[in-house]
Design a protein around this ligand. Structure first.
Ligand code: AMP
Length: 214
């Protein structure tokens, strides 16, 4: 079935990890708006500078800018048979825009909630570090690298701490999630298009739950 799989969950719930596994193992392209915006950082245009500022504050980029990049990316050939959206939609306006887009593309939408208790999210986010070379993700609390501050696979490369993973920014991102994104769960549930997975515990066990739904 041609379908758009949408991951909804608070920042740090592990949407990206599960979406990437699904891409690797089921061959469905995974599209992360957060990753696309981060890639824009290398550009020196007024829009890229604006996006960078908004991201650093933990707030959301405008619905129209976000929709434009989603529409452009998902109209490429590899998305023909369906795709995964990680981090989109995040507002009710975006959910409506996606409704239109999915109709144009002739696809159904299935939303999957990744549920993680709030206390754990904070540690996951503030402890997160990533390798700028290969994208490998570590966590100083749960999955420390062998040598503190450096990638196991690229020992010469220093791990990065996303500026929006710092404590005050994390608090803003969680607030934004509660206010703007959480209501989407009800939106998809009321039309029978919401499934839920438990996002705590082992990555493989979480994936096992996910793979039963897709
Ligand atoms: P993420 O990696 O998904 O946590 O996204 C990082 C940041 O990118 C967010 O805090 C927002 O500033 C921006 N962003 C990502 N996805 C969206 C979206 N769907 N709408 C608006 N802003 C977004």
């Amino acid at each position: 079935m041609r379908r758009i799989i949408v991951f909804i969950g608070a920042p740090g719930a592990g949407k990206g990890t599960q979406a990437r596994l699904l891409q690797e193992r089921a061959g469905i392209p995974q599209i992360s708006t957060g990753d696309m915006f981060r890639e824009m950082k290398t550009l020196d245009t007024p829009l890229a500078r604006e996006v960078q500022e908004i991201m650093a504050s933990g707030k959301l980029v405008s619905d129209d800018v976000t929709y434009r990049i989603v529409k452009e990316r998902t109209s490429r050939d590899d998305c023909r048979d369906g795709y995964i959206l990680d981090g989109y939609p995040r507002t009710s306006a975006q959910a409506e825009q996606l409704e239109e887009l999915s109709k144009e593309q002739g696809m159904d939408v299935l939303a999957i909630e990744v549920d993680v208790p709030r206390g754990e999210l904070m540690k996951r986010l503030t402890g997160r570090r990533s390798c700028p070379e290969c994208g490998e993700i570590y966590n100083v609390y749960f999955k420390p690298p062998k040598k503190e501050g450096f990638c196991d696979l690229h020992p010469e490369v220093e791990l990065q701490h996303r500026s929006d993973d710092r404590e005050d920014k994390v608090a803003t991102r969680l607030e934004v999630y509660d206010e703007q994104t959480k209501p989407l769960l009800e939106y998809y549930a009321s039309s029978g298009r919401l499934e839920k997975i438990d996002g705590t515990g082992d990555v493989e066990a979480i994936y096992a739950g996910l793979s039963k739904l897709v």
